[in-house]
Write a protein that binds this ligand. Structure first.
Ligand code: FAD
Length: 534
């Protein structure tokens, strides 16, 4: 633990006036671990299996730290398998290559700490569940990441249902353990109040930078056990040479992925997955953009954002690592908190840091974790059932309003009359990312151009989950259903199609932001006409 972290935790003890243990695994176990089934630990098992599905990193990994606690208790080594599924709706070159690039960093990080880490890419569809079942039979118990959406949540639930040993799901997602809040928060304001009241306690549950620091035995799985697994159940690491080729990208990467039954029409992008790239980008953000976050965040021409959502989504970097660096830059300590504001739900001010850092922390904690809280508590988080009644009723009253309708194909191909919207869609197609402000506009226009809110939601989810590196995330559904009124209030004046749901237009985006560079960068060709927005 770094000096900064030690002094910080010490200060928390003083501020709270309670004799906390310095960070301990029991804080983590109580707050971040759920035992998912009733099967006992298998004493004859050869190792503790950590089947990694979403927290794809070494540092600040609560699952790994929990596996180490179990290893101390049961005197068994740990086998970490980073599993890459291709059995999901949006398996494509973009997602696969980004994950494999993350694996290349993990191979080094885990080996430096002598943790038995095996990357395993599903070669054939549906091979993953069989391999997990076979490995589980050889294990004492299974540790799996607790992630509330898409494939990782399905794998977690299937493991709990089908495996014959104990399955512990562990939450490394954010500052706030998902299981703390007993229900979903419907507004950012109410969640922010919860954040303010519980922040210092939540910091006590953060896993260590080195999750193996408290190991009391050799946790490495012997060569003999590994070769038995190879012989008995055909388990082997995915060949390094293949992983290397995929991670190289370009033609080499494309050829390596060619044989896989995945969608090759969504190509890999130049942004590189993995913790090393995430840390480089974090440093650039801290050095050059964070101080402009509150003023330039919404301007796609002068972006002051971190761009880190894909790395957060794949678990290549912990949100805590980002927050920790922001607070260190601010020389923050718990005494900096403005106690008069704490618990009132005010957006900035209460942290006792600069306006820019404050508004960044509000996004990465309040808004990001609102999504995790919602998805964790609502199985229907990706449906229109979750939008508030006032929004449902208001849009229903306007269902017969005249509108231009674009099909999913037209939207996906960026073939609308609106060149600002097309540019945003092209940014997504080409880079796998979209600037936040453009993303809000992108969603609002899809609502305007769809026959119903249900179809708008379906189309947004399809395009975002397919093309965005950070898609399929709790925040995907926060953003998409925010477009339809979730986590928002009613607005006036009432508008056609939108009713009381917040409205946005390309014309006003153009008036406010000009978007000169953005439109040029994501133009279909050089000669786009801007005049019509003026
Ligand atoms: C229609 C729509 C779809 C969206 N889909 C996704 C998605 O698939 N995945 C995704 O991570 N975010 C999504 N968002 C939220 C937001 O647009 C992105 O999180 C943000 O643009 C990511 O860029 P950044 O990393 O530069 O963010 P920064 O501004 O640098 O913020 C840092 C981090 O804070 C979190 N954050 C920032 N803004 C928001 C927000 N409004 N809501 C929730 N968390 C936020 C993200 O984790 C982000 O990486 C969506 C928003 C909308 C309106």
């Amino acid at each position: 633990m770094s000096f900064f972290e030690n002094t910080w935790l010490y200060a928390i003890k003083l501020v709270k006036g309670v004799m906390y243990q310095l960070y301990s695994s029991s804080n983590l176990t109580d707050s971040r671990v759920r035992t998912m089934n009733k099967h006992p630990i298998s004493k004859s098992g050869k190792f503790i299996l950590y089947w990694m599905t979403s927290c794809r990193r070494f540092a600040y990994n609560a699952s790994l730290q929990h596996a180490v606690s179990l290893s101390n208790l049961l005197n068994k080594p740990i086998l970490v398998v980073e599993a890459v599924s291709i059995t999901h709706k949006f398996a494509n070159d973009r997602i696969l290559s980004f994950m494999v690039q993350g694996i290349m960093d993990n191979i080094i990080d885990f080996s430096e700490k002598s943790v038995s880490y095996i990357p395993w890419v599903e070669i054939k569809q549906k091979a993953g569940s069989k391999m997990l079942a076979s490995l589980a039979e050889e294990s004492t118990c299974v540790v799996i990441d607790d992630y509330p959406t898409y494939t990782p949540s399905k794998i977690r639930d299937a493991a709990a249902k089908n495996l014959q040993v104990r399955v512990d799901a562990v939450d490394s997602n954010g500052i706030f353990p998902m299981k703390w809040a007993e229900k979903e928060f419907t507004t950012a304001y109410s969640f922010r109040k919860y954040v303010q009241k519980n922040l210092l306690d939540a910091f006590q549950t953060i896993p260590s930078k080195d999750p193996t620091e408290h190991k009391n035995r050799n946790i490495t799985v012997s060569e003999e056990i590994i070769s038995d697994l190879k012989k008995n159940i055909g388990f082997e690491s995915t060949p390094l040479e293949w992983l290397w080729r995929v991670s190289e990208g370009g033609d080499v990467g494309n050829q390596a992925m060619e044989e896989f039954p995945i969608d090759h029409t969504v190509p890999a992008v130049t942004s590189k997955g993995g913790v090393n790239e995430a840390r480089i980008r974090l440093q650039k953000f801290l050095n050059y953009r964070l101080n402009k976050y509150s003023t330039n965040r919404n301007d796609p021409d002068k972006p002051a954002v971190s761009g880190l959502s894909p790395w957060l989504h794949f678990g290549h970097i912990s949100s805590y690592e980002i927050i920790h660096n922001v607070l260190r830059k601010e020389n923050w300590n718990p005494n900096s908190l403005n106690h008069e504001d704490t618990g009132k739900g005010t957006r900035t001010g209460w942290w006792g840091v600069s306006e820019s850092s404050s508004s960044f922390l509000d996004q990465i904690i309040t808004w990001r974790e609102l999504g995790f809280n919602f998805a964790y508590n609502r199985d229907d988080h990706a449906t229109v059932e979750t939008i508030p009644n006032w929004a449902k009723l208001s849009m229903k009253e306007h269902i017969n309003d005249d509108r231009t309708i674009y099909s999913l194909t037209e939207l996906e191909r960026a073939e609308t009359h609106d060149e600002i919207w097309n540019a945003a869609q092209r940014e997504l197609l080409r880079t796998g990312q979209m600037h936040n402000y453009m993303r809000m506009l992108w969603g609002k226009k899809i609502l305007e151009w769809s026959p119903s809110p249900e179809i708008a939601a379906e189309n947004m989810i399809y395009i975002n989950d397919k093309w965005a590196l950070d898609g399929r995330d709790p925040n995907s559904y926060t953003g998409i259903f925010w477009v339809l009124g979730r986590h928002d209030r009613a607005w006036g004046p009432e508008r056609p199609i939108f009713g009381k749901v917040r409205y946005m237009s390309s014309e006003s985006a153009y008036r406010k932001l000009k978007l000169k560079n953005y439109l040029q960068k994501y133009a279909k060709d050089e000669n786009i006409t801007l005049a019509k927005y003026g």
